[in-house]
Design a protein around this ligand. Structure first.
Ligand SMILES: [Mg+2]
Length: 393
């Protein structure tokens, strides 16, 4: 089976706030779906945390290397794309886009072999995963009410991040964390201060003091308390802090993670499958981390395709028992045929159908991007196949 074409669909109109110094508008495109079609009629989905313009530009560089290639050899084909682009866009938009293609090729391999991607990635350590609800920490009142509301919806793990955290004063940080702990009761609470923000003002001493404060609130981890490139400070902090230290969401390429993991700089590594280079990179980082006593818990502020990828990877890595769930994003909740449903324990089932186990809903996708008519036909056909499997199951 050969790759016939590849399409980019940038999602716009409902882009959630990111908490960034220069805040996102609903019309901004930061999530772009990638659709790979084949001469066998099978279609694969990927997702890229990058603007549509950059993904289209990257596809122009990659297209000749990709078209006509095997559609069922994700790792080899992704590696080929990486190695032919050492001189162009390496680590940036080209790497992000290769990741989207890689995810789509795993999806196709799963559909062709009739297996969920997690099994193809090595096995099934778990068939359900705890999603943690990710929310911005704008104010004490909002944190309290939002966690209460999310508990009503069945979530049992939470992360507050960015917003006012680290951006007002130390006492307010503690108030935010105390409010989250109280609202969450004995549920999991993690704290993400977001030092990959453009104007992050703090350094090592602040991070250490914050880690000490958090130790009183039983938090699952402290995320991105330092500039994302500061390996030495991360390693010092990990040694000094009682709370687990997490980071790595903005890094790309597996090779960038090696110095951090060799320096024992994190307790938890958080690559984003839609930026880092796809599932092939993500799996290798996960196993390399495992050998150093570091857990991979994926960064997942992305789309339903990104979430499905994270769930499949979580089924195949021994230590990955949490995934991030960006609550309130229609790009997660609306664009798939079968909605995400939490069970009574607040867990998400790993989709057990072939491939990523999801089908895009062409109507819903069409609300957030222009789907060319020929591609719409392809999505409809895939949706019909997905429904047929659902009926059979
Ligand atoms: Mg983060």
């Amino acid at each position: 089976m050969r790759i016939e074409d590849v399409h980019a669909l940038g999602l716009r109109g409902a882009t959630p706030r990111g908490g960034w110094a220069r805040e996102l508008e609903p019309a901004d495109v930061v999530h772009t779906l990638v659709v790979v079609t084949t001469d066998g009629g099978v279609v694969g989905y990927g997702s890229v945390f990058t603007s549509e313009d950059l993904v289209r530009a990257a596809l122009a560089v990659l297209r000749d290397l990709l078209l006509g290639e095997s559609a069922v050899e994700p790792e080899r084909v992704a590696e080929k794309l990486h190695r032919h682009t050492f001189w162009q866009g390496r680590g940036g938009a080209v790497t992000h886009t290769v990741g989207g293609i890689d995810i789509a090729l795993w999806d196709i391999l799963g559909k062709v072999t009739g297996q969920p991607v997690g099994r193809l990635l090595g096995g099934t350590y778990r068939d359900r995963v705890m999603p943690y609800a990710s929310l911005l920490a704008d104010s004490v009142e909002q944190v309290t009410s939002q966690i209460a509301e999310l508990r009503e919806h069945g979530f049992r793990a939470f992360k507050i991040g960015w917003g006012a955290l680290g951006r007002k004063d130390r006492r307010y940080d503690e108030k935010l964390v105390a409010a989250a702990r109280e609202a969450a009761d004995d549920a999991t609470v993690a704290v993400d201060v977001g030092a990959s923000d453009a104007n992050w003002p703090h350094g090592y001493k602040w991070a250490l003091a914050t880690a000490r404060m958090l130790a009183d609130y039983d938090v699952a981890w402290l995320e991105e308390p330092l500039d994302p490139d500061h390996i030495t400070e991360y390693a010092m902090l990990r040694r000094a802090a009682a709370v687990p230290i997490a980071g790595g969401e903005v890094l790309t390429r597996r090779q960038s993670f090696v110095p951090f993991l060799d320096a024992y700089a994190w307790d938890i590594v958080q690559p984003d499958v839609t930026k880092v280079g796809g599932l092939s990179e993500q799996r290798r980082i996960g196993w390399y981390a495992q050998e150093r006593g570091v857990r991979l818990i994926p960064h997942g502020w992305n789309t339903a395709v990104g979430l499905a990828s994270d769930l499949q990877l979580a089924s195949a890595l021994p230590g990955t028992d949490l995934v991030e769930y960006k609550t309130g994003s229609p790009y997660i909740d609306e664009i798939v045929r079968s909605p995400w449903t939490l069970d009574a324990d607040g867990m998400l089932a790993v989709p057990d159908r072939p491939g990523l186990g999801i089908a895009l809903d062409p109507e819903a996708v069409g609300r957030y991007c222009d789907v060319p008519p020929a591609l719409r036909h392809v999505l409809l056909r895939d949706q019909t196949e997905h429904n047929r499997q659902e009926t059979r199951a």
